[in-house]
Design a protein around this ligand. Sequence first.
Ligand SMILES: Nc1nc2c(ncn2[C@@H]2O[C@H](COP(=O)(O)OP(=O)(O)OP(=O)(O)O)[C@@H](O)[C@H]2O)c(=O)[nH]1
Ligand SMILES: [Mg+2]
Length: 228
Amino acid sequence: MEFAGNPEFTSDEIARGQAFFKIPSEFVKGVTDMDALPTDVTPEVAFAGRSNVGKSSLINALTSRKTLARVSVTPGRTRELNFFTLGHNAELYLVDMPGYGYAKAPKTAVRGWTRLIGDYLKGRRELKRVFLLIDARHGIKPNDRETMELMDVAAVSYQAVLTKADKPKAAELAATVAKVSEELSKHPAAYPQILITSARTGAGIPELRATVAGLSPNGVVRAGKAPV
Ligand SMILES: Nc1nc2c(ncn2[C@@H]2O[C@H](COP(=O)(O)OP(=O)(O)OP(=O)(O)O)[C@@H](O)[C@H]2O)c(=O)[nH]1
Ligand SMILES: [Mg+2]
């Protein structure tokens, strides 16, 4: 099923995205400490968002691997910054992040991830873009706003990706898109365009692949044309 509102890409850009993600992704490492981040200066794109928003599921959908990133019905599944390779020569890393907000885990552990998430988002030179995942049913929540403000201040470029777009009714989805767009327009480091995805149905996955492929070092940086 297609959703209205995704940016338009040319068929070449979509094909390039599909080809880029055909190369099998591999797990590189899980990081719990800034000192342990990869040092090979490969550019990175990270998937951030609240616990349970669907970060790991989206990475699995993008890479066509059911179990590359671990998924759970319980918030707090991902507990490390998990690095995965992308492209022929591993020219890009995908980074699956722990979620912020509620987690079924000890408070000290949650505090540790929260600090790691903040430090990573603020201070990582290799980070080319953060995909900020927002649940299509719920829209932007206060802890998303805190993360957006942190990235605005650190001048880290980010783009909103609505997840679980298979859940809301069409009118509800359109209302969330409008509200999120309006709010993004006030954030200096945010891309104005939103991607609308479902890891369950595959909707929006080709567009997200094309966007990521455009960020690879050999790619043409482009976020798609705004829908008319
Ligand atoms: N309906 C629907 N459910 C989804 C979708 N994506 C993820 N889910 C479900 O949402 C739950 C959480 O998914 P995860 O991918 O583990 O979420 P996460 O953001 O990685 O969570 P943490 O690692 O705990 O921060 C799981 O039960 C998934 O099956 C989607 O597109 N549609
Ligand atoms: Mg996860």
